[in-house]
Write a protein that binds this ligand. Sequence first.
Ligand code: ATP
Ligand code: MG
Length: 552
Amino acid sequence: MSEENKTLNFIEEIIENDLNAGKYDSVLTRFPPEPNGYLHIGHAKSICLNFGLALKYGGKTNLRFDDTNPVKEDVEYVDSIKEDIKWLGFEWVAEYYASDYFEQLYIWAQDLIRKGLAYVDDRNQEEIRTSRGTVTQPGVNSPYRDRSVDENLDLFARMRAGEFNDGEKVLRAKIDMAHPNMMMRDPIMYRIIHANHHRTGDKWCIYPMYDYAHGQSDSCEHITHSICTLEFDIHRPLYDWFIEKLEIFPSHQYEFARLNLTYTVMSKRKLLELVKNGIVSGWDDPRMPTICGLRRRGYTSESIRNFAEKVGVAKRQNTIELSLLENCVREDLNRRAERRFAVLDPLKIVIVNYPESKTEVMNAINNPENPDAGTREITFGRELYIEKSDFMEVPPKKYFRLSPGAEVRLKYAYIIKCEEVVKNGKGEITELRCTYDPETKSGSNSSKQVKGTVHWVNAREALPVEVRLYDRLFTESHMDDIPEDKSYTDYLNPESLTVVTAFAETSLKDVKESVQFERTGYFYPDYDSTPDKLIFNRTVTLKDSWTKQNKQ
Ligand code: ATP
Ligand code: MG
């Protein structure tokens, strides 16, 4: 293996081998979502993989909606899926629907009947299931298995024509009821569903099963590498069987491990339940692992693409740490986000030796990681807010922030000293009376040094801002391994959302992008925000507090 090859993932190796062997002229992949829900971070992984491979090898990617189940599907989902893929930064060359192929699939099913490789079965799904046998026992042939070709063609046509009720008949492939792979024991190809389809309306009342639609759709489009998740590996012999018997374009299926994340549920059924039961505010609730939820929370598409790259392509099931995703967005926003001052949990400070009516304008650096971002002005005055957590009445050793008699630097301003703690009747601290040292203005030549620096906001001008502090939706790291008598809803984190009113510097009014509230985290303006009421979502804290907590 060459040095370069070592860094290829196994699918890249397959593609390079295929291209070198001249098996295909160019690579064509597809992303095949079922339009029955919104895309989540697992889909993002699959999108990055399919589109990324094509881009890497000068190929193309189709978007194909796997719309073979009319009951659960909706145009709302189709639209959101397209929006999310575009937002992630990818372009498909063609948009298809499995339903585009219904006529072709029907003709091919007739071909299989003519070849003696498919038959109409009158038994219901339950009877079919119980006669399939087990892994250790062969199945039993259906009494309808040896119908003549003509009878099968006639019955299949009448199934299509709507002569039968739901479940009355199915079309099955005729393979081998004793096959060691249960998938090959005469799998169902078509079932009868009298339902309106979001694209084909009432034209069809028979619908192909996944196994009879997916590979054939791949073949119709001349997909070279059909990539799906691991649980489909047992379907692969069937995928190949249909293609071989129909003698159509030989697409091939490859499987990789689906993405699982700690503290997260990913199944669309569960996500739909969270939405329907009002546990979250919608598919785009910033706590959801959906792409629209992550976007609303302030994740950038770059950070998600970078995450997908870091996760890599595994052949075995694994669960990725949510903190890896969080680190990706931290890294990206550190470069990108401007800094602002906002105090989330305010404590009033009065600087008693600072003139009552004076204000000063201080220069603050917008982004130390990006000199082009320039500076902004913030005003300083006699009354300020600092974070409650930046003061301790009885500090432990090595506490370098404010405490009675101690000094701290107010960033971009002066060093102050806490002279007096003012309390109300209940003994709660209401305000700190401090003095400032006029010689210590930031940028001056003062030699005075203190260890702690804190952020602050001018109380007289501070903007009240609603801040939504999001945390993990679940308390359990491995949500796939919870005990059987428990439900995932037993593990909801009661503190996944805390809403506070913060005070921010006035320039926050104009912020339309991700921003770092200094020393606190990255925040993103919510679409509920108005000029009169600013609302910011916390994307992520500056440091990973969970890892710390878990280590304690
Ligand atoms: P769910 O089980 O959540 O309903 P699904 O697999 O049924 O998901 P589809 O719409 O059929 O959802 O998925 C479209 C594509 O995305 C498929 O190729 C599927 O393999 C892939 N995909 C879905 N979930 C993940 C995941 N967690 N990790 C990687 N790929 C995924
Ligand atoms: Mg699916």
